[in-house]
Design a binder for this molecule. Structure first.
Ligand SMILES: Nc1ncnc2c1ncn2[C@@H]1O[C@H](COP(=O)(O)OP(=O)(O)O)[C@@H](O)[C@H]1O
Ligand SMILES: [Mg+2]
Length: 250
């Protein structure tokens, strides 16, 4: 087992308020690590710290370190970091352009592809990997905004895959989706871990139990428990974990 990401003694603050306290956690290469926990536990702050999305927020600060392979992300060139760690948010945000253009937009801007034939191949491969190709292959030039919510979320996955990252961060990717769309997104996540390392923040404990290899339970800025998903759900060691996963929380 190789650690893809290693978080060492990480604390995060908004102003003086500490929202993540001395976290130590690793993400193993090609695993899906789920993070569960009630609102305001620091889950989003954690994800946004991994690819430095919060760096521009003036009241945000942190100490500790995060390594991607063996290099600190805080020393890394921002553009390189964003290429290596992609992030998907709760609400799919398709650009108001065609399905095709949604996918080639970032790779073109980053100078990763030039030729039309390369673009075509990238669009096809990314859509296939996101389990969307069959549904849209005949209307690549039509607007992405006309797709269903579930399709748009998979389009956003395809868009991330098109820049060929190493790690993908999902922040409650299915919170606005119906069960069928959710199942499709889960299917693609399970498939994606062959090539990528995935951190999935989910407000749906059943989703964590369905798709992830390991699960971490966050509560008020601390990791209460982390274990293989089977163990955490079948025999949690902490009462707080048990209360949360059985819905008795609060
Ligand atoms: N940009 C921000 N500015 C100030 N406080 C924030 C900001 N983002 C989150 N917080 C606070 O940090 C804590 C953790 O939030 P968050 O990381 O969003 O948790 P979660 O994703 O688990 O709901 C909460 O108390 C929240 O109010
Ligand atoms: Mg959140």
């Amino acid at each position: 087992m190789v650690d893809k990401i290693k978080v060492e003694d990480l604390s995060c603050y908004y102003g003086k308020k500490c929202v993540l306290e001395s976290l130590n956690i690793s993400v193993v290469q090609n695993e899906i690590l789920s993070i569960i926990g009630p609102s305001n536990s620091g889950k989003t702050t954690f994800l946004r710290t991994l690819n430095r999305m919060s760096d521009l927020d003036s009241i945000y600060s942190r100490r500790g370190d995060v390594y991607l392979d063996s290099a600190s992300v805080f020393d890394m060139d921002m553009e390189e970091l964003r290429k290596r760690i992609g992030m998907l948010f709760a609400m799919p945000i398709s650009f108001p352009m065609s399905i095709y253009e949604n996918i080639v937009y970032a790779p073109k801007r980053l100078g990763l592809i030039f030729k039309k034939s390369e673009q075509d191949a990238l669009v096809e491969q990314s859509l296939k990997d996101a389990f969307l190709w069959n549904e849209v292959k005949d209307r690549l030039k039509s607007s992405a905004m006309k797709m269903s919510g579930g399709q748009q979320q998979r389009l956003c996955i395809a868009r991330i895959l098109a820049i060929n990252p190493e790690v993908i961060l999902f922040d409650e990717p299915c919170s606005g989706l119906d069960p069928i769309s959710t199942a499709r997104v889960e299917e693609s996540m399970v498939e994606l871990k062959r090539k990528y390392t995935i951190v999935l923040v989910t407000n749906n404990v059943k989703q964590a139990s369905r798709v992830s290899d390991r699960t971490a339970f966050f509560l008020m800025g601390k990791i209460i428990e982390i274990d293989t998903t089977d163990k955490l759900f079948v025999s949690p060691k902490k009462k707080q974990t048990e209360d949360y996963i059985t819905g008795r929380f609060g």
